[in-house]
Design a protein around this ligand. Structure first.
Ligand code: DQA
Length: 146
């Protein structure tokens, strides 16, 4: 089973970016932890980050037939991107939305996720653990689809 992890804008700054909100773990550290867990679960992982909306759209489109599940932290694009939502909907690869912070406990503009309605579910507020929980959820979603 193959899972594509996509990370949106500014997540390359994790570790130094607002550590009181996002913690001190870097994205590279999170990737290491995801890969450790993936090895235990016998899941093949691809882990990517982009600050560009169009690149994320292209990666979603290319995932069809190559990955069973997409896990996406769309970061700020969560709240703005019709293009990401349409890509997830068009491609039909089961997708899990994740966030480090609890977007519902923050500013009002973060309460709305444009991608949530086209995702299988949302994991929000568990810091770096959101990524591990999403990996476990990916296995569950894939088993349901068998
Ligand atoms: C985030 C939450 C978003 O609102 C924000 O724009 C981010 C990170 C999170 O992981 O908590 O960049 O997706």
């Amino acid at each position: 089973m193959r899972v594509l992890f996509l990370n949106g804008p500014n997540l390359n700054l994790l570790g130094t970016r607002e550590p009181e909100v996002y913690g001190r773990t870097t994205l590279a550290d999170i990737e290491v932890k995801v890969r450790e867990k993936a090895a235990q679960l016998k899941v093949v992982v691809d882990f990517r980050q982009s600050n560009q909306e169009g690149e994320l759209v292209s990666w979603i489109q290319e995932a069809k037939g190559k990955f069973e599940v997409i896990v996406i932290n769309a970061a700020a694009y969560t709240h703005t991107s019709v293009a990401l939502r349409d890509a997830i909907s068009a491609v039909g690869v089961p997708t899990i939305e994740i966030h480090l912070s609890n977007i519902h406990a923050r500013e009002e503009f973060r309460h709305k996720s444009l991608i949530a309605p086209v995702c299988k579910g949302q994991i929000s507020g568990f810091g770096e653990k959101s990524y591990i929980l999403a990996l476990e959820a990916s296995v569950y979603v894939n088993d349901l689809n068998k």
